[in-house]
Design a protein around this ligand. Structure first.
Ligand code: ARG
Length: 590
């Protein structure tokens, strides 16, 4: 099956009636695929190569004046002199209404496309897809489990959890945009001895209700201080935890209350960050599969005794050893993770499972995946760890931060102060508190995603809030500015505007950039770097601002004004989609 091509407008070329279908491409979702398929189809025929392979070789030419697409003949791995072949293929290439010309420079083949046709196809696609522009169906029928955030109840929510939340949400959005079914899971650190002893001594019902995260943390700090002086507190904690493990209802009731109340609090904080989980799981929830995991490990002779404890020796795989069961019979973090993974596969039969966890746990996750493999689970190969580096200095401006809420509140206040400096604009904002919160969160997120994940960074209050440079507030500003152009233009968006009028270099550059967005989205599952999207959003914003200098909507003759307005509208939709992909809420005014 092939899709119909629009009718020929320039009679000087051979008319193509159908776009060739090439596996892995979809011209209905990505207009560049139509152009690339028409190049690859002919070149593959001329060279006797596989069109899928040739498609994968199409790239941007060395410089834009060489054309729109290029292929380096040496990469085609055909016999013969590449420069001679490049000349031969391009001379035999028959131009059509999409690909206007082919030429060669040395071993390179360069192709020029019809920009008026690109404009028409692209703006028609965006007009019909809007918020869905950029998405594709490459993951249709596949399921991914994305485990992220996973803080520990009654302990600080630290920078590592914040990064996992921001990046994990991005990973989920990426899979949704690529047509996957996703299951988002928060695997809470909700089982351990940190709970009750302190609460029985220092806990206050009303404070727990008011702010559970903070109260549980305060209690945690107090009891830890006590334990410095009085080590018997540790024994009491262990004894209490033993009661929990033995299923003592009284001990469990208190723990359950902390868990429930903490989840409610987390949910509202996550909502501020556009984050939502399908499942709140946690270490406490996997007792049964963990017991099965242990039995299986023993049955398969994978564990060995070491002074009464059970360990797994992974030295053969250069992964050291790991304890599976302590002398006293207690299970560990690893044991639970093994059980949890088994249960998730049984439940969801996932095609991929992603753990978004700081790079400090690289070894833990390598061990986990190896153990699953040794247990004979072929799905172990479907598990991946998406890691990230450290953040230093994530403290509030006043002191050390331990709660996400604290960071978000301070961010909002600081952003509010910046906004108030521009009195006139500030007066026009309907709900400044919400806007300050959204820009503040954009600042935090963009700072986090601006560089490759593995890089460490310093939490920098001053840089993060700047409206200049590569910051979250700048992206929001760029989006709001495009919205204001739509408001001020006084003409409606016309999806049938004559976009062939968009011929200036700045317009061509902007439209080309917009056209590349679906390629970016499609490449993300295999290379999940949020900075690729952040970089794209900044580039797009810069190109928009260059275009806006010369290509006005106001004061132009109606047809031209309509065409430009439609182009800026498409830029706004695309920028908004990129911002949503990284978890931001694009603002219309600020
Ligand atoms: N709660 C853990 C921590 O704060 C992170 C959990 C990561 N996920 C996992 N399946 N081990 O360190």
């Amino acid at each position: 099956a092939a899709i119909a091509a629009p009718p020929l407008q320039t009679p000087s070329v051979v008319e193509v009636k159908e776009i060739p279908r090439i596996s892995g491409t979809n011209p209905d979702e990505n207009v560049l695929d139509a152009f690339r398929n028409l190049i690859a189809d002919q070149i593959a025929r001329l060279a006797g190569s596989d069109p899928v392979f040739v498609t994968s070789l199409i790239e941007a030419p060395r410089t834009p004046d060489h054309g729109d697409f290029a292929i380096a003949v040496p990469r085609m791995r055909v016999k013969g002199n590449p420069a001679v072949l490049a000349k031969e293929y391009t001379e035999k290439f028959i131009p059509n209404q999409y690909i206007l010309s082919a030429s060669s420079i040395g071993p390179f083949m360069n192709f020029k496309i019809s920009h008026s046709l690109l404009n028409r196809l692209l703006l028609a696609l965006i007009s019909s897809q809007k918020e869905a522009f950029g998405t594709n169906t490459s993951g249709a029928g596949k399921t991914v489990v994305v485990e992220y955030s996973s803080p520990n109840i009654a302990k600080p929510f630290h920078a590592g959890h914040l990064r996992s939340t921001i990046i994990g949400n991005f990973i989920n959005n990426v899979h949704v945009a690529n047509g996957w079914k996703t299951i988002t899971m928060n695997y809470l650190g909700d089982w351990g001895k940190q709970y009750a002893v302190g609460y029985n001594k220092y806990g206050k019902e009303d404070e727990l209700e008011k702010d559970p995260t903070k109260h549980l943390y305060d209690v945690y700090v107090q009891i830890n201080a006590d334990a410095e002086a009085d080590p018997t507190i540790h024994d009491a904690a262990r004894a209490y935890f033993k009661q929990m493990e033995d299923g003592d209802e009284v001990a469990l009731a208190l723990w359950r209350k902390f868990r429930d109340i903490s989840i409610i609090k987390y949910q509202s904080t996550y909502a501020r960050l556009n984050v939502k989980f399908d499942i709140y799981s946690g270490e406490s929830q996997v007792a049964k599969p963990m017991a099965r995991a242990l039995a299986l490990l023993k049955e398969k002779n994978l564990v060995k005794d070491s002074e009464g404890a059970l360990i797994m020796d992974l030295n053969e795989h250069k992964l050291g050893t790991t304890v599976i069961q302590k002398q006293d019979g207690a299970a560990l973090y690893m044991t639970r993770d093994i059980g949890a993974a088994m249960e998730r596969y049984e439940k969801f039969q996932f095609d991929s499972m992603i753990y978004v966890v700081a790079s400090q746990q690289d070894l833990h996750l390598k061990q986990l995946f190896k153990i699953l493999e040794l247990m004979g689970f072929d799905w172990a190969a479907k598990c991946t760890h998406i890691n990230f580096g450290l953040v230093s200095g994530m403290s509030t401006r006043k002191g050390t931060a331990v709660f996400l809420e604290q960071i978000l509140e301070e961010t909002k206040t600081a952003m509010h102060e910046v906004m108030q400096k521009n009195e006139k604009k500030y007066a026009q904002i309907e709900d400044p508190d919400t806007v300050a919160d959204i820009i503040g969160i954009s600042a935090v997120k963009v700072q986090d995603m601006a560089a490759r994940r593995i890089r460490n960074y310093d939490f920098d209050w001053n840089r993060m809030f700047s409206f200049e440079g590569d910051t979250g507030p700048y992206l929001q500003y760029a989006h709001a500015r495009l919205c204001s152009i739509e408001r001020n233009s006084a003409i409606p968006i016309n999806p049938d505007a004559d976009v062939a009028l968009l011929t200036e270099p700045a317009a061509e550059e902007l439209i080309t950039m917009i056209a590349q967005y679906p390629d970016l989205v499609k490449a993300l599952p295999a290379s999940p770097e949020p900075c690729n999207v952040v970089t794209y959003a900044f580039k797009l914003s810069h190109i928009v601002s260059i275009a806006l200098e010369g290509l006005w909507v106001m004061g132009q003759e109606k047809k031209l004004a309509e065409a430009r307005l439609l182009m800026y509208w498409a830029a706004r939709i695309t920028l908004g989609n990129a911002m949503r992909l990284i978890g931001l809420t694009p603002l219309e005014r600020m």
